[in-house]
Design a protein around this ligand. Structure first.
Ligand code: PLP
Length: 380
C-alpha cells in the first residue's frame, strides 16, 4: 500500500502560468499587478478594510508589533500553545510575554483566565484561532475594550473561517481584532510557499502600515501621486513579497472555494469515521463552539496520554501513514523556560503531550481517509 503523507502542497495548475505572466509584465518587485489582485480579492470577499501581502505571517505579526508601538517592558498576552512567531514578533520589540493557558475543550486561549493576567503594563492580547476554529472573540474584545488594549488575531490557520457574534452575525476571522495576520506557508490551506498578509481593521493604522511595509518610506503614496518625492519617514523593513509570489498566490485564491469544500469534506469524514471510537476510548475530537465554524485546516485528536499518542504515531508510521504532534508549549521552550515566572499552564501542556494531527490535504482520497481511520481503530 502507498504512503499517506501528512501534508502535500496542492497546485491548481495555473501558478507557473501567472508567474510567467508577471515576468512578462517586466515588474517583478512587490506591490504590482498580482499583489493588488490578491489584496482586492480579500478586501472584497471578506470585507477586510485593508490588506497588505507580506512575505510571511511572521512578518505580518512583526508589522503589527511595530504598529501598536510596542516599547520595551510592555506586556503582551499570548497563548503558550502556539507557533513561536506569535510571541517572537513582540519579543523583537522588547515586549514581555505573558503566557495564557488553553481551554480544556480546545487549544484556543481560555478567556476566563485572561483578566487575571492583565496589569498596568498590558498593551495587547494576541489570539490564535487554532485549527481555524474561532476563539471567543466577543469576550476577548470586551476584556480588551474595557482596558483599551489592542486585540491582534494570529489568523495564520484561519482563512475562510467565521465567528458568529451574539446577534448571530457571521464575521470572518481576521476582521475582528484591530489587526490580523494570515499565513500562506505551504502547510496552510492556501499557499505561496512562504507568504502572509496583514489585515488592518482599525483604519488609523493604514497610512503607517504602508510606510512600515515599504522600508519606512512613503513610496506607496508617491506612486499614487499624493507626494512629489518619497523618502525615509518612519522605521520599517522589507515586508512585501515579490510579484512572483503574489502571482502564485492568486492562482490559489481563484480556487479557494474548491479547495475549502474538499478540505471540509475530508474533515467531516474523519469526524464521522472516528466519532464512535473516540467516545468509547475517551479521546477528544475537535469541538466547535456555537459561535465558530470549521475551515478544514487540520484534523486532530487528543489522546488519553502522551505514551498512547506516541504509540499511535508509531503504529500509523508502520502502516505508511504520517501523523504529527504539534506545538511545544512556549513557556516550556528552551528559549523561555528559565525566565518563565507565570502560573502553571496545564491545558497547554496537555495538548503538547496528547494532541495528534492526522493527514489532511487536498489530494487525499476518501479511500485514504478511510484507511487512516481503519488503521487507527485497529491499532488501539
Ligand atoms: C503557520 C503559523 C505561523 C507562521 O506563519 P509563517 O507564514 O510561516 O510565518 C504563525 N502562527 C501560527 C498559529 C501558524 O500556524
Amino acid at each position: 500500500m502507498g504512503k499517506i503523507d501528512f501534508n502535500q502542497p496542492h497546485l491548481t495548475g495555473r501558478e507557473t502560468k501567472y508567474i510567467l505572466d508577471a515576468v512578462s509584465k517586466k515588474k517583478i518587485s512587490g506591490n504590482g499587478y498580482y499583489t493588488k489582485l490578491c489584496q482586492n480579492f480579500f478586501e472584497s470577499k471578506y470585507n477586510f478594510n485593508k490588506c497588505l501581502l507580506t512575505t510571511s505571517c511572521t512578518d505580518a505579526l512583526e508589522m503589527a508589533a511595530i504598529l501598536i508601538n510596542i516599547q520595551p517592558g510592555d506586556e503582551v498576552i499570548v497563548p503558550s500553545y502556539t507557533f513561536v512567531s506569535t510571541a517572537n514578533a513582540f519579543i523583537l520589540r522588547g515586549a514581555k510575554i505573558i503566557f495564557a493557558d488553553s481551554t480544556n475543550y480546545n487549544p484556543n486561549i481560555d478567556c476566563e483566565q485572561i483578566a487575571a493576567l492583565i496589569g498596568p503594563k498590558t498593551k495587547a492580547i494576541v489570539v490564535v484561532h487554532y485549527a481555524g476554529i474561532s476563539c471567543d472573540m466577543e469576550k476577548i474584545r470586551e476584556l480588551a475594550d474595557k482596558r483599551n488594549l489592542y486585540v491582534i488575531e494570529d489568523a495564520a490557520q484561519a482563512i475562510d473561517s467565521f465567528y458568529s457574534d451574539l446577534n448571530g452575525k457571521k464575521r470572518p476571522l481576521g476582521s475582528i481584532g484591530h489587526l490580523a495576520a494570515f499565513s500562506f506557508h505551504e502547510t496552510k490551506n492556501i499557499i505561496s510557499g512562504e507568504g502572509g498578509m496583514l489585515v488592518i481593521n482599525d483604519l488609523t493604522f493604514c497610512d503607517r502600515a504602508e510606510i512600515i511595509w515599504e522600508k519606512g518610506t512613503n513610496r506607496s503614496s508617491f506612486f499614487r501621486g499624493e507626494v512629489d518625492k518619497y523618502g525615509w519617514v518612519d522605521i520599517g523593513s522589507s515586508f512585501l513579497p515579490s510579484e512572483l509570489i503574489a502571482a502564485f498566490l492568486y492562482a490559489q485564491l481563484e480556487d479557494l472555494d474548491t479547495i475549502q469544500t474538499k478540505r471540509k469534506l475530508i474533515w467531516q469524514q474523519y469526524l464521522s469515521n472516528l466519532r464512535e471510537w473516540a467516545d468509547y476510548k475517551n479521546i477528544l475530537l475537535p469541538i466547535l463552539p456555537d459561535y465558530a465554524t470549521n475551515n478544514g485546516h487540520l484534523f486532530y485528536i487528543v489522546h488519553v496520554s502522551e505514551a498512547k499518542r506516541n504509540g499511535l504515531i508509531n503504529s500509523l508510521k508502520a502502516k505508511g501513514i504520517s501523523s504529527v504532534f504539534h506545538y511545544q508549549s512556549l513557556h516550556n521552550s528552551v528559549y523561555f523556560k528559565s525566565t518563565y515566572t507565570g502560573v502553571p499552564l496545564p491545558n497547554s501542556e496537555m495538548y503538547t503531550e496528547r494532541l495528534l494531527r492526522l493527514p489532511l490535504h487536498f489530494d487525499l482520497s476518501t479511500e485514504d481517509v478511510d484507511r487512516v481511520c481503519q488503521t487507527i481503530i485497529e491499532s488501539e
